[in-house]
Design a protein around this ligand. Structure first.
Ligand code: ADP
Ligand code: ASP
Ligand code: MG
Length: 397
């Protein structure tokens, strides 16, 4: 029998109703496959065992308490794995709860943003061979010192993808509160539509550009291991979005039919233009742990964006270098994504026209093979996203 990994997000495990859907999905899959379940913490703050609620229990300097905060955050998924195991047993299924460490997930030492370096699948395989359904606490692992680590916010998806890769699973299913990957965040663009399929590359680009529907590393791992990834709803029976490399498909790839498949948004950004600044600005930002994006270098200045939360540190660093900086606070990045845009002329022209017609001012742009991003004022983010969504026919023709 092949293996299916099924991951259930916070809203799916939060309520008895969600867990009833969950147990039904697991029981159904267990009829034809070995199943490994991965769970997130239950609900969102202020739910009592949600990740942010747990992290709110202590008031401390986050950088010096990173090890303890990881131990605290990891409890949310452990509680959830026990509750879900009990629900599955209630249905007569032989389930067993495991922490990330018990599931053999070994990470590096980077507390709060750890990367999985190895998975020892021996124990999981033994449970599967014994006919049991392991219910693994997502989002966590253990480092070489034996300390708990966490994989970054949204990281339970990555636990699922990594277990799928390590076990050679037939597919990894990510169950959540939306029908699948949509053409934009439905909270920002109400006209957003569900996508039946997309490529790993497109979803990586979307996740990288702010679409929080799935953790970036989960898609990267699925792509490298060529494990099909399905994003679908816990609460309905719709097919969801199947994410593959589309290789070997007899028909033209979806991407080739449409240059743009989605719009992604990221709020909470600040634009910095450093007069007289040169490349040493970037070294200083890196030394101080400030991540930079949308980088433009000119002979007499550099421009880039950062998270608003990093602004106080960035100002101090630039002052220390003796440069003058112009800061535009309250910005958002709005991007179009599509594998088919590569080499298709006129995409930038359509983007510029759509934003101009919607009265949106573009502060800066950047682009890659598969995306074009515009920096706009936060209050224009929604207007910009909806204008681009309409321009590229994503809400239907
Ligand atoms: P879970 O708790 O199940 O992991 P998340 O909150 O992490 O769920 O991810 C699902 C949410 O992602 C959706 O409820 C939606 O608000 C958001 N989202 C952002 N962009 C998209 C998109 N393009 N398609 C679908 N959902 C999106
Ligand atoms: N519970 C963690 C978080 O809220 C991990 C996850 O949900 O995937 O980020
Ligand atoms: Mg998530």
């Amino acid at each position: 029998m092949g293996i299916i990994v099924q991951k259930f997000g916070g809203t799916s495990v939060a309520t008895a109703e969600g867990r009833a859907h969950l147990t039904r999905k697991v029981a159904e899959a267990a009829k034809h496959s070995d199943v490994v379940v991965v769970v997130s913490a239950m609900g969102r703050a202020p739910a009592p065992y949600a990740t942010d609620t747990l992290l709110g229990l202590v008031d401390c300097d986050r950088s010096s308490a990173a090890r303890e905060l990881d131990a605290l955050a990891a409890c949310g998924e452990i509680i959830s794995s026990v509750v879900v195991t009990a629900a599955l047993r209630g249905l007569g299924l032989d389930a067993v709860s495991l922490t990330g460490a018990q599931a053999g997930i070994v990470t590096d030492d980077c507390h709060g943003q750890a990367r999985i370096v190895h998975i020892d699948t021996a124990r999981l395989v033994n449970h599967i061979k014994a006919g049991q359904i392991p219910v693994v606490a997502g989002f966590q692992g253990i480092n070489s010192r034996g300390d708990m680590t966490t994989l970054g916010r949204g990281g339970s998806d990555t636990t699922a993808a990594a277990l799928g890769a390590a076990l050679g699973a037939d597919r990894v299913e990510i169950y959540t509160d939306v029908t699948g990957v949509m053409s934009a965040d439905p909270n920002v663009v109400p006209e957003a539509r569900w996508q039946d399929s997309m490529t790993y590359t497109e979803l990586i680009e979307m996740a990288n550009l702010g679409a929080k529907v799935v953790h970036l590393q989960a898609v990267e791992i699925a792509m490298h291991s060529r494990t099909p990834l399905v994003i679908r709803s816990t609460f309905s029976d719709e097919e969801g979005t199947i994410v593959t490399d589309m290789a070997g498909k007899p028909t033209a790839p979806f991407a080739a039919l449409r240059p743009v498949t989605a719009v992604a948004t990221t709020g909470g950004r600040a634009q910095l233009i450093v007069e007289g600044g040169n490349l040493n600005v970037f070294s200083a930002m890196a030394t101080n742990g400030v991540s930079v994006d949308m980088i433009n270098v000119f002979p007499d200045r550099v421009a880039f964006i950062i998270a608003m939360a990093d602004l106080p540190v960035a100002r101090k660093v630039i002052d220390g270098l003796g440069h003058k900086v112009d800061v535009v606070e309250g910005c958002a990045k709005v991007s179009i994504v599509g594998e088919g845009m590569r080499g298709t002329p006129g995409i930038m022209a359509r983007l510029a026209t759509a934003l101009a017609e919607a009265g949106v001012a573009i502060l800066q742009t950047s682009d890659s093979h598969y995306s074009i991003s515009c920096l706009v004022k936060s209050e224009q983010m929604e207007t910009a996203a909806r204008a681009l969504h309409a321009q590229f026919g994503l809400g239907g023709m």
